[in-house]
Write a protein that binds this ligand. Structure first.
Ligand SMILES: CC(=O)N[C@H]1[C@@H](OP(=O)(O)OP(=O)(O)OC[C@H]2O[C@@H](n3ccc(=O)[nH]c3=O)[C@H](O)[C@@H]2O)O[C@H](CO)[C@@H](O)[C@@H]1O
Ligand SMILES: C=C(OP(=O)(O)O)C(=O)O
Length: 417
């Protein structure tokens, strides 16, 4: 099993290029099923979620060509049906997008209940509500979700909970439904907009993505197209936090600063200098950091996916900070590992109270999920001495060339087995 060894205490310095957004890429790949033709996706991150989805597509009968390090061409003409088994999809969340995409194209799909990060109960009732409202029958038996419709008919759908996954799944399923679908209380995250842009590039008629009302006018056919994945705001935010944690000075390139406003605001509140220049942000930490309060919220609020790395940063800031996790009830599993490194954190339910310490100390720790892994990397970079992180495969789900990028910035990091 791969382990990650970090010798902490080095300032991150230099420039880093941000890759394509995991959470957009993992929706765009299943969305190609709708095209029934050739789609080219550029700026794809080299992460295990993308490899698994490409493998699933091949298994369904698609042709997937790696054109370049970050470009794939997907031909979904050869797919006639969609069944995705446990072994194929147990490690990721985004397999649920095959439900919406295949329902849209074939009016039928069978996909194993999704996996992904173990950060709470993660129900999919709003996805099901959306599919049923469009006219599908949904059954869950033996861990397999089956959706089937004679016809899909556009309608008004109100999401009871703001859900990124349900918003995207309804868009996928409604793209080729008869008539108009109005989706109310939709998620506004940047990847929802990226998927809508991709669908429109395929010939769909989706309006309003990025607001809480999305209108999808069904079309009878879609076509192949070419699309570039938006930059990964969570990867960028992680490098911003890691820079602050090491009193570093890093230029973070290939980003959309607007997507990072919540994290920028919070870092500035802590005393970190963040300056914007086109599609780059320079992050500099030159003074001791002040502790702050952080509450996770749907976009444009502070993203839950950065809560865990951010909590590592708060452990080395002066004073007391409070983190309130409003999205996922089980997203504090990394805290016990941070405590091994000397952090002073008390968790009660969805709240973590963090009393900053002078220094973290390197220790043997294990990642429980993707962003817990990122949090431990941030802590390891800031800590005195050597940190050994187990369960690195979680980190590879969402961070493209992590070692190379950190080494380039001056970190001492290597893998071992
Ligand atoms: C692959 C992907 O893009 N994953 C992201 C996606 O996950 P995911 O799409 O699973 O997250 P959702 O936005 O759906 O979840 C938000 C909240 O809604 C609840 N909920 C969701 C669906 C549902 O049918 N019923 C329900 O109650 C969830 O339990 C959670 O409390 O958005 C999350 C929130 O930004 C991110 O942390 C994940 O990185
Ligand atoms: C929770 C995450 O991913 P997933 O939904 O794919 O498990 C994440 O990216 O932080």
């Amino acid at each position: 099993m791969e382990k990650l060894i970090i010798e902490g205490g080095r300032k991150l310095q230099g420039e880093v290029e941000i890759s394509g957004f995991k959470n957009a890429a993992v929706a765009l790949i299943p969305a190609t099923v709708l095209a029934g033709n050739i789609c080219t996706i550029e700026n794809l991150p080299n992460i295990s979620d993308v490899s698994i989805l490409s493998k699933i597509l091949r298994g369904l009968g698609a042709k997937v060509y790696q054109k370049d390090e970050s470009v794939i061409e997907i031909d979904t003409k050869g797919i006639n049906s969609c069944f995705i088994d446990y072994e194929d999809a147990k490690d990721l969340r985004a397999s649920y997008y095959f439900l919406g995409a295949a329902l849209g194209r074939f009016k039928k799909a069978r996909v194993v209940y999704p996996g992904g990060c173990c950060i709470g109960s993660r129900p999919i009732d709003q996805h099901i509500k959306g599919f049923e409202a469009l006219g599908a029958q949904v059954n869950i038996e033996h861990g397999i979700i089956s959706v089937e419709a004679e016809r899909l008919i556009g309608t008004e759908i109100y999401l009871d909970v703001i859900s990124v996954g349900a918003t995207i799944n309804v868009m996928l399923a409604a793209t080729m439904a008869e008539g108009v679908t109005i989706l109310e209380n939709a998620a506004k995250e940047p990847h929802v907009v990226d998927v809508a842009n991709f669908l429109n590039c395929m010939g769909a008629n989706v309006k309003g993505a990025g607001t809480d009302t999305i209108k999808i006018e069904g079309v009878s056919q879609l076509k192949g197209c070419q699309h570039s994945v938006i930059p990964d705001q969570i990867e960028a935010g992680t490098y911003m936090i890691a820079t602050a944690a090491t009193s570093g000075d890093v230029l973070i390139n290939n980003i959309i600063p607007k997507h990072l406003e919540a994290i920028t605001a919070k870092l500035r509140e802590m005393g970190v200098e963040v300056s914007e220049n086109g599609d780059s942000l320079r992050v500099r930490a030159t003074q001791p950091l002040k502790n702050i309060n952080v509450k996770t919220l749907v976009y444009p609020g502070f993203p839950t996916d950065l809560q865990q790395p951010m909590s590592s940063l708060l452990t080395v800031a002066r004073g007391t900070g409070v983190i309130t996790e409003t999205i996922f009830e089980g997203r504090f599993k990394h805290v016990d590992e941070l405590k091994r490194m000397g952090a002073n954190v008390k968790v009660e339910g969805r709240i973590a109270v963090i009393q900053g310490v002078e220094k973290l100390m390197g220790a043997k720790v294990a990642a429980s999920d993707l962003r817990a892994g990122a949090a431990l990397v941030v802590a390891g970079l800031a800590a005195e001495g050597v940190t050994e992180i187990e369960n690195v495969h979680y980190i590879h789900r969402g961070y493209d060339r992590l070692y190379e990028k950190l080494i380039e910035l001056g970190a001492s990091i290597r893998k071992t087995y």
